[in-house]
Write a protein that binds this ligand. Structure first.
Ligand SMILES: [Zn+2]
Length: 117
């Protein structure tokens, strides 16, 4: 009778990726809200009312918006998530914003854990 050999040196990469994904879902459960019908309706409505990137517009550039951003971070608050206010952004502006937000959140978490200054 064959015995499956024990794996040495850790688990397959796919398994680790799934765990990381699971970790993110636990840390940011509101990410699932972006898949809801109400969010899709909000997004469609916002992009039809404001089809150009607001931040590019402030710099005198005309760029099509593809992302609806919360002007005030909703921080997992459903009322804010669906209530806005919103702004239309292009992907480049949005990604820059999200990265800045996530760095700030990471700094807050570290400060709360007593790490760093
Ligand atoms: Zn932009």
């Amino acid at each position: 009778m064959a015995v499956r050999p024990k794996r040495l040196g850790g688990r397959p990469a796919g398994e680790r990726r799934r765990e990381q994904e699971e970790e993110r879902r636990r840390a940011y459960p509101w990410r699932a809200w972006y898949g809801t019908a109400i969010w899709r309706a909000i997004r469609r409505d916002q992009l039809s009312r404001e089809p150009l990137c607001r931040r590019c517009g402030k710099r005198g550039r005309i760029e099509a918006a593809t992302v609806v951003n919360h002007v005030e971070p909703h921080r997992g608050d459903w009322e804010r998530f669906v209530g806005g206010p919103f702004e239309s952004l292009c992907k480049a502006c949005h990604d820059g914003e999200v990265q800045r937000e996530e760095r700030a959140a990471a700094r807050r978490a570290m400060a709360e854990a007593g790490v760093g200054g």
